[in-house]
Design a protein around this ligand. Structure first.
Ligand code: SF4
Length: 246
């Protein structure tokens, strides 16, 4: 087969910049959100406190978020739009001064009552069960509290499937990369949710406080999850001892 031979091939930097600038605007990169959101309270309270301090500045230093990171968010947002087809888009609600926006309310075709649905995309293997992604459970529980229900659905889109194509056997069989969708129904007791909401309001008090939270005072909350430090944009700005540049 003959492929036409171009006279030249060059990078189109103008197109690149235009697309990146549109993506940044669409995703709200660098835009400071008002209020304290559920997603501010799931993770490290020092990071949450630092972000709150930045929100008092006229412009956010996080405008300079790297393109590669912005593109990871684009992947997440794109799939959410597709999986949400037919569902009711969630609207922001406020409980005890905490803002929460669920992804969707499930429609009547799937369940009799509108149900809280949270969607996530991840590079983690689909061989993992939901309890190995506790931050998703924590967020789902918070939305259950806000919507006064004891159950929610969590969709997890594993963009790299179970990595079977990267195993020795997978390479031998020349398996192609796959993506997997895992869907979970998650139920909580009322007691567990009440305790979790108390925890959320406690964290709200910490990140909204005037004083910087210290690791000595909150060893379980700075960070909440070990993986956070690798993605942290705030650690250097708040002089966090756990933050390492680069
Ligand atoms: S580097 Fe880790 S511990 Fe420090 S603020 Fe960031 S997430 Fe929290």
């Amino acid at each position: 087969m003959r492929v036409p031979e171009p006279l030249s091939i060059t990078h189109d930097d103008e197109l690149y910049e235009t697309i990146m600038s549109r993506m940044r605007a669409k995703l709200g990169v660098g835009t400071i959100r008002e209020g304290t959101h559920v997603s501010d309270l799931i993770y490290c309270v020092l990071k949450g406190w630092g972000k709150k301090q930045l929100s008092y500045l006229p412009t956010s230093p996080l405008d300079s978020e790297e393109d590669d990171q912005v593109l990871v968010w684009v992947v997440g947002r794109s799939h959410e739009d597709i999986f949400g087809a037919g569902m009711i888009k969630g609207q922001p609600i406020v409980k005890d001064g905490i803002v929460g926006t669920i992804d969707w309310l499930e429609d009547a075709e799937i369940s009799a009552e509108p149900t809280v649905v949270e969607a996530k995309s991840t590079r983690l293997s689909s061989a993992k069960w939901l309890d190995e992604m506790p931050h998703y459970i924590a967020q789902g529980a918070a939305y259950c509290c806000m919507h006064e229900t004891t159950g929610c659905k969590v969709l997890v889109f594993h963009i790299n499937g179970d990595y079977a194509h990267q195993t020795k056997d997978g390479k031998k069989k020349k398996l192609p990369p796959r993506a997997h969708l895992r869907t979970y129904d998650v139920q909580f007791s009322e007691e567990e949710l009440a305790e979790w909401w108390d925890e959320m309001t406690k964290r709200k008090g910490i990140i909204e406080g005037e004083d910087k939270p210290l690791i000595e005072d909150w060893p379980d909350l700075i960070p909440v999850f070990e993986f956070e430090c690798g993605y942290c944009q705030i650690g250097g700005l708040v002089n966090c001892p756990k933050w390492k540049e680069g």
